[in-house]
Design a binder for this molecule. Structure first.
Ligand code: ZN
Length: 420
């Protein structure tokens, strides 16, 4: 409504002006050289207005023509950008849907339209990876790693490729470069810790992983075992044992360092404390190692067994030590108590057979008892092993990280448990 009123008012003004112009009295005359012209004032003024209007129109047209190339450029640029963004969206959809050829085609279209931006390079790399074209992915990741604004993305991609190829040294280099490009990234730290574990660089793994619980204890134990410097080795071993006092390898690493320092009493106290929580033959072997006399060894075994009284491992230890000292009656009593406490492993029945052989000898009764023990050994539970909590693989010796699945701190001793 306001617009209509404005138009009407404008027309009124124009008409009033035209009316005034037409009613102007007088004439305008001009003389140029030998030419003379004369016209009424109203006509002359109208001609002047038309001339000025035509000149303004010409100037506007010339200006518009001059701006035309840049406008065409901008329009084409905008169109490329819009098409490029559509190609990016299409690549993301194809990647999510696992459509390999589409992802590659759209990614290269986006790259052609938008140039090498971090976004187009990353999409090209991911599309290449999805399609199994590692060479394409590597080139795109390398191009990304050379950009100061996206080098982390490039190194991260190259690291993942190196891990997939199991090229651990290369992976460690890319992990270090990724951390330099983006310090403090939790993901890179985890990857570096995992790579250090795979490479057996335990001190580095310990530094990178959170030194907590069984994982920290396992890594610190391995670091202690690998450490050449006695003081540093002792520090790692003590830290390992303090993190998990039930972990026999940690106790043994610490006790061995203490023994090497001449601190035998503390070494024995360490293995005894761990025996109380998790009795294992390795701890007993360590405690008995420094005693040669068989009867004295029985006394050492008794002190250790007292830390976990009535435990099948304690009874088995006493049976073994007694048998070595030719105390066959004692040996038989402890072996029977180990079996009664819940131990039904091959080793206890083999020990029982050995006891029968030594105690009863080659008599008929002895042969029968020995045969019975051997029969029980054949059908008994397997002897204890180190079993991985993560992949259930069995290992004869302890490892800081499972050799089958590389999980650190996952091995548990499958020894006899005290029956309730
Ligand atoms: Zn495992």
């Amino acid at each position: 409504m306001i617009k209509l009123v404005g138009i009407v008012a404008g027309l009124a003004v124009v008409l009033a002006g035209a009316w005034q112009l037409a009613s102007l009295p007088g004439t305008v005359s001009a003389e140029i050289g030998g030419y003379a012209a004369e016209a009424p004032a109203s006509v002359a003024l109208s001609a002047l207005v038309v001339l000025v209007a035509l000149m303004c129109l010409c100037v506007s047209l010339i200006a518009a023509l001059m701006r035309l190339p840049s406008r065409v450029r901008r329009w084409r640029h905008d169109r490329r950008r819009r098409t490029g963004e559509t190609a990016i969206t299409n690549t993301l959809i194809a990647l999510a849907a696992g459509e390999k050829p589409d992802a590659r085609r759209e990614a290269s279209r986006a790259r052609a339209l938008l140039g090498d931006t971090p976004q187009t390079l990353l999409l090209a790399a991911e599309a290449g990876r999805l399609a199994g074209r590692d060479d394409e992915a590597t080139k795109a990741f390398q191009a990304l790693s050379e950009r100061s604004d996206a080098s982390f993305l490039g190194y991260r991609g190259l690291l993942r490729q190196a891990i997939a190829r199991e090229a651990w040294a290369e992976a460690a280099t890319f992990a270090r470069l990724a951390e330099e490009a983006h310090p403090g990234a939790a993901w890179v730290r985890q990857e570096r810790a995992q790579l250090a574990i795979r490479a057996g660089h335990w001190a580095e793994a310990l530094e990178l992983a959170a030194p907590e619980g069984s994982t920290g204890a396992a890594l610190a134990t391995a670091a202690a075992l690998a450490e050449a410097d006695p003081a540093q080795g002792l520090r790692h071993a003590r830290a390992a044992w303090n993190l998990d006092k039930s972990l026999a390898p940690a106790a043994l690493a610490y006790a061995a360092r203490l023994r090497a320092d001449g601190k035998e009493a503390r070494a024995l106290a360490t293995v005894t404390e761990t025996w109380a929580m998790s009795p294992q033959p390795g701890l007993a072997d360590f405690a008995l190692e420094s005693t040669a006399d068989p009867l004295a060894r029985v006394q050492v075994a008794k002190r250790l067994a007292a830390a976990a009284p009535n435990h099948p491992e304690s009874e088995f230890l006493l049976a073994r030590a007694s048998l070595s000292a030719n105390l066959t009656g004692e040996a038989r009593r402890h072996a029977e108590r180990a079996i009664a406490a819940g131990m039904n492993q091959r080793r206890v029945w083999l020990l029982a057979a050995e006891i029968e052989e030594l105690e009863i000898g080659t008599t008929e009764a002895g042969r029968l008892a020995q045969r019975e023990a051997l029969r029980r050994a054949a059908s008994a539970d397997p002897d204890p092993v180190w079993r991985c909590d993560s992949c259930r693989a069995d290992h004869a010796v302890w490892h800081a990280a499972c050799p089958a699945c590389s999980t650190p701190g996952s091995l548990r001793w499958s020894g006899a448990r005290q029956s309730a």
